[in-house]
Structures are given as C-alpha cells and as structure tokens.
Design a protein around this ligand. Structure first.
Ligand SMILES: [Zn+2]
Ligand SMILES: [Zn+2]
Length: 115
C-alpha cells in the first residue's frame, strides 16, 4: 500500500482591484490568492502559506499584499502603497504603450516613445 501525497500551488482569482502601478501607471489590477496545497491522491486536503498578490493588467508586474491589509482590500477594492509588502516582479514596459522593453532600450520598439 502506498500513498500519493504532494504539494501544489494554487492561484485563485479573487477580484479586480485598483492600485496605481509604480511601473506603468496603469490602475487596473487583479487580486490573486496563492496557497500551497497539500494533496492526497490529488485531492486537496488543506491550504497553508496563503498569500495575496496583485498583478498589473498592463505590464504584469506583481506586488505582494500585506496579509493584514487583505480584508480592507476585499471590502474596498482599493490597494494603497501602505498595503504592499514587497514588489515580487517589476517588468520593464514602455510608459506610453505598455510594450515590454529591455533595460538598455533608448526608444520603445513598439511606439518609438523616448525612454
Ligand atoms: Zn503596470
Ligand atoms: Zn511604447
């Protein structure tokens, strides 16, 4: 007799929220809750290490939200800089059109905006 016990990462879309992206100035974000899930024969048993992330819809930058701010965000759908624990990923994008750019680019390859 053997058991199949595993761990998986689950992303759960919660809702759309407002936050001003420090990267591209977009204000439309999606709030996700990510949890490590202990599985038993591929059936999720329980979740732990829950954390909340917001993802910029424009440049896909990811910010980690403080757990104590989560309830307020769920109520108001508004995230402020005080609610951010850390920047998980900050993509380089053109501030004009949101196109992904390289750090060394002088001009946006998509719209020609000077960077
Ligand atoms: Zn952004
Ligand atoms: Zn551009």
């Amino acid at each position: 007799m053997f058991f199949i016990v595993g761990f998986s990462n689950r992303d759960e879309f919660i809702k759309e929220v407002n936050f001003k992206c420090t990267n591209c100035l977009n204000e439309k974000f999606e709030l996700y809750q990510v949890a490590n899930v202990l599985t038993f024969f591929f059936i999720p048993l329980f979740k732990f290490n829950k954390k909340a992330l917001i993802v910029c819809k424009n440049c896909k930058s990811i910010y980690k939200v403080k757990s104590e701010s989560l309830k307020k965000i769920l109520d108001s759908s508004i995230v402020t800089y005080d609610d951010i624990e850390e920047i998980v990923r900050n993509n380089n994008v053109c501030p004009n059109c949101g196109y992904m750019i390289d750090k060394n680019d002088k001009f946006c390859p998509n719209c020609g905006n000077k960077l």
